[in-house]
Unconditional design. Structure first.
Length: 197
């Protein structure tokens, strides 16, 4: 067991067999005063054996132990853990299986500290954390989006930056962020109702 939790701080455990990943995650979260990485393990068994008191487990989707990802997620959920999957893979079947197994969210590994921190906070309170792009990939019945939300989501899913989208649509960057957040909220609410499926 680790030291006692600090009030108001979300304790995050990382399970990833890429030994460089935890250092990267720590660096991404360093500026977040309400989030702390409290433990790092390279195997799920190591994490469970350590009985770490973590609020959220960041789980790499494909560990080298050969265990199917959905089984790892289900084992964590059975142990009472809140799971946020992080992966370089965005295959719709893997995303779908992870969410069906009980993951609270699914993120593609990148270098966006705000997105990671927001996803941790989201799953910590019991909501679904998934980007609109991934939600679109796995959703058989997407929520009703405004034409502008659809356009922004489409441009973002094609790799356009916030700046490029803002320029193209003649709006502020903050408007692009708001539209993406609004679309994401709609997908998250739909996913929570359907629990994918």
């Amino acid at each position: 067991m680790g030291p006692a939790a600090v009030a108001g701080v979300i304790r995050v455990a990382v399970v990833d067999d890429d030994r460089l990943a935890p250092a990267g995650i720590r660096a991404l979260l360093a500026a977040q005063p309400d989030i702390e990485v409290c433990a790092v393990h390279t195997t799920l068994a190591g994490h469970l054996d350590a009985a770490v008191e973590a609020d959220v487990v960041l789980l790499d989707l494909l560990l080298q132990d050969g265990v199917p990802p959905a089984r790892n997620i289900a084992a964590l959920v059975r142990a009472g853990r809140t799971v946020l999957v992080m992966s370089v893979h965005a295959d719709h079947q893997q995303v779908w299986a992870a969410m069906q197994a009980g993951a609270g969210g699914y993120l593609i590994k990148d270098d966006d500290p705000d997105q990671l921190a927001e996803a941790i906070r989201t799953v910590h309170v019991g909501d679904v954390a998934i980007t609109p792009e991934l939600a679109f990939v796995i959703s058989l019945s997407p929520p009703l989006l405004s034409p502008t939300e659809q356009q922004v989501l489409l441009l973002r899913s094609r790799g356009h930056t916030y700046e490029a989208i803002a320029h193209r649509l003649n709006v502020d960057k903050s408007t692009v962020a708001t539209l993406l957040r609004r679309a994401g909220d709609k997908f998250a609410k739909r996913a929570a109702r359907q629990r994918i499926p």
